[in-house]
Design a protein around this ligand. Structure first.
Ligand SMILES: [Zn+2]
Length: 210
């Protein structure tokens, strides 16, 4: 157990590291090209409110999700536009749409679930793009360095309360413009009675699995 980093030392000494939770409701990210198909040429997303991740926002624009067997209306687009279109839903939503999207990290949409988007000006039949987002924790490079995490590392997170649990397969996402926060979907939140802003405890895996 040489070369213990800061968090490693703390955990070994019984210390804890907490992270606050942001619950992601179903939403989507779109390319500029797709936005214009759905909303018309030169349409731009307007800010309804900023979200914690720096530079990103909940827009004022909504679309309808449609599968062969189901429909979910009023799904919000998060801005700004991205290089890929990605629809993030929960397993409960997937049951409603009778589809089976894979659990993926943001941006990894290749071969994911096909879905149709309906906007006020147009419809898009996507061959891929619908996912269930994995559980993840955003942090800045300097925080990763300070706390001893690496990008893409998997940790566990302990949830307190009446429906306490330990969440596994939580990915660390290191990037500039990050806000230190854990993101889970509504299903994870509801199942374990987690509210926005709750503080959960990070368990570094290499110290628990040995
Ligand atoms: Zn996130």
């Amino acid at each position: 157990m040489e070369n213990l980093n800061y968090l490693g030392k703390k955990i070994k000494e019984g210390g804890k590291m907490k992270v606050s939770v942001g619950i992601s409701s179903r939403h989507l990210h779109v390319t500029k090209e797709h936005l214009e198909i759905l909303f018309g040429k030169d349409f731009e997303l307007e800010v309804e409110r900023p979200i914690n991740q720096i530079g990103q926002f909940a827009s004022k624009s909504f679309v309808t999700l449609k599968s062969e067997k189901g429909i979910i209306e009023h799904v919000r687009i998060l801005g700004p536009t991205r290089p890929y279109t990605q629809i993030e839903i929960s397993k409960t939503d997937a049951y409603k749409l009778k589809i089976d999207p894979p659990v993926r990290m943001s941006g990894d949409v290749k071969g994911s679930q096909p879905i149709t988007l309906i906007g006020p000006k147009g419809t898009l039949e996507l061959k891929e793009g619908c996912i269930i987002a994995d559980r993840h924790i955003h942090m800045l490079p300097k925080q990763a360095l300070m706390y001893g995490f690496t990008d893409d590392e998997e940790v566990m997170v302990k949830v307190p309360g009446e429906k306490a649990c330990i969440m596994d397969c939580v990915k660390i996402r290191v990037a500039d413009n990050s806000y230190f926060e854990m993101h889970i979907d509504n299903d994870d939140a509801n199942a374990n009675l987690i509210k926005n802003g709750d503080l959960l405890t990070i368990i570094k895996k290499d110290f628990t699995s040995k």
